[in-house]
Write a protein that binds this ligand. Structure first.
Ligand code: AHR
Length: 498
């Protein structure tokens, strides 16, 4: 069967918020230390302690927003431990993640400096679980107050006279779990209290983010919306793709049985149901869609690489992860009326990372390449599409679609169509019917990413085994664009009219 994709180039469905392509960095394993921060005295080339190679790769990918310091770590983090002369900073135990000593060398100043280097928005997650209202309030004052105040003076003493601009601020993380094991009724009240003291200073405007549900916890969303929707700008959703039957056996990142390919796709596609159902609850309290749904933790979660610290969550990243990224980003694009941000977990060396490092070596994962290829969707207008696609049957799971897609038009009039072929065994033909073009003189180019096995991945010895290549398997007849997609591939087409 030939799949068919109709693209209505004259029907705009919304704007794809660039923050959908956002990321997450936690004090976990080798994400912050080694992955981002090596210190000023490191032999690894760095600027003020931050790795140059990682910054360059992330800028290339156009990282729009970065969440920090957690995750579970956020509700144990006391920000005052991470300011002032580094050698005098408090050392603590990172109880969630491997029980290692956290020396607090990477704190508020270092994070906000990193965001300046990356030219991305900071998204700071405050501590509700073990913090106080005063502590949270003072953090915001420290970062954003301009003028005479105790926290502004402390900031200046620590070398930064100018306040930073901080827009995104989360009031707690996973407060239904590691952030305090609260009931939604209790958290909603705490949220109302804490957010009262998250102040706007000068012209800094904080976008207040309430901790939303885990996966399909619709009761949490309902309760939070009912009790607190008036006090928030956004709420969150966390959902991870795991292929095993439990959190104890999550499944291997490489060398997995081939039948788990389809299961992984199915689990990733479950995000659609979550977005639809949570949005429906939010619609009852916020029909104008003022409040954003931020999927601020998502991605694959597999067993750690053999021989690594189980608390460090270090996993390899394959073409399967690339497909999970592609189809999930498509879902976020399609739901851009409600999804204002998403943050892949996590940036470097943890879970579905876009970058892995080993000493001075760095590699870009297949997931990185998807984000780099999809950056053309950032801030573009989502186009109306209709897809008729073959169903792929599997012995152990429900069927999955062969194709997933999204299309957008950017400010210069270029159309970008991203296509995933979820079929790991067969190539897929797609007829693209382009309607509503003002000019039928179309120039097409494309890039594609695939691999030679279901767990094809990059290693420090062979860092370009899975890398994007020019896509040439298309023919344009003035009406239909016929494409032939390799098995297990992610492709982005660019269409320019004269
Ligand atoms: O991303 C790893 C962890 O997953 C985060 O710390 C937590 O918020 C979630 O459970």
């Amino acid at each position: 069967m030939t799949n068919r994709l109709t693209i209505n180039a004259d029907r705009i469905k919304g704007t794809i918020n660039r923050n959908i392509y956002g990321h997450f960095s936690e004090h976990l394993g080798r994400c912050i230390y080694e992955g981002l921060w090596v210190g000023e005295d490191s032999p690894i080339p760095n600027t003020k302690g931050i790795r140059n190679d990682v910054v360059a790769a992330l800028k290339q990918m156009k990282i729009p927003v970065l969440r920090w310091p957690g995750g579970c770590f956020a509700d144990e983090y006391h920000w005052k431990d991470g300011i002032g002369p580094r050698e005098q900073r408090k050392r603590m135990i990172n109880t969630h993640w491997g029980g290692v000593v956290e020396n607090n060398h990477f704190g508020t100043h270092e994070f906000l400096m990193l965001c300046e280097m990356l030219e991305c928005e900071p998204y700071i997650n405050g501590n509700v679980g073990s913090g106080t209202v005063q502590e949270m309030s003072e953090w915001v004052e420290y970062m954003t107050f301009e003028g005479v105040s105790p926290m502004a003076e402390l900031r200046e003493l620590n070398g930064r006279a100018e306040p930073w601009k901080v827009k995104y601020f989360g009031v707690g993380n996973e407060n239904w779990g590691c952030g305090g094991n609260m009931r939604p009724e209790y958290y909603a009240d705490l949220y109302r209290q804490f957010q009262t003291y998250v102040r706007n200073y000068g012209d800094n405007r904080i976008h207040k983010i309430a901790c939303g549900p885990n996966s399909d916890d619709y009761h949490w969303m309902e309760t939070l919306m009912k009790q607190a929707h008036r006090f928030m700008d956004s709420t969150t959703l966390h959902y991870y793709t795991i292929t095993g039957d439990s959190w104890q056996e999550k499944g291997a990142a490489t060398g997995f049985p081939e039948q788990l390919w389809a299961r992984t796709m199915k689990k990733a596609l479950y995000m659609e149901e979550l977005l639809v159902k949570h949005s429906a609850i939010m619609d009852q309290y916020d029909p104008e869609k003022r409040i954003g749904l931020l999927v601020d933790e998502w991605g694959t979660w597999f067993d750690v690489e053999p021989g690594t610290n189980p608390g460090f969550l270090y996993q390899q990243n394959t073409i399967r992860d690339a497909l999970v990224a592609g189809i999930t980003l498509h879902l976020f694009n399609q739901h851009c009326d409600r999804v204002q941000m998403a943050n892949l977990a996590q940036l470097v060396n943890v879970l579905q990372a876009v970058i892995l490092t080993e000493g001075e070596k760095m590699l870009l994962t297949p997931t990185y390449h998807v984000f780099n290829m999809f950056k053309v969707h950032q801030d573009a207008q989502l186009l109306d599409i209709h897809l008729t696609t073959k169903e792929l049957k599997s012995d152990i799971d429900d069927a999955i679609p062969q194709i997933s897609s999204s299309a957008s038009i950017d400010a210069s009039g270029k159309i970008h169509i991203s296509l995933c072929n979820l079929d790991h065994l067969a190539s897929a033909k797609v007829d693209l019917d382009l309607r509503g073009l003002t000019n039928e003189n179309v120039r097409v180019s494309g890039t594609t990413l695939t691999a030679d096995s279901v767990d094809g991945h990059n290693t420090f010895e062979n860092p370009d085994r899975v890398a994007p290549a020019p896509f040439t398997s298309f023919a344009w007849d003035g009406k239909l664009l016929k494409v032939d997609l390799s098995p297990m591939s992610v492709t982005v087409l660019e269409l320019m009219t004269d």
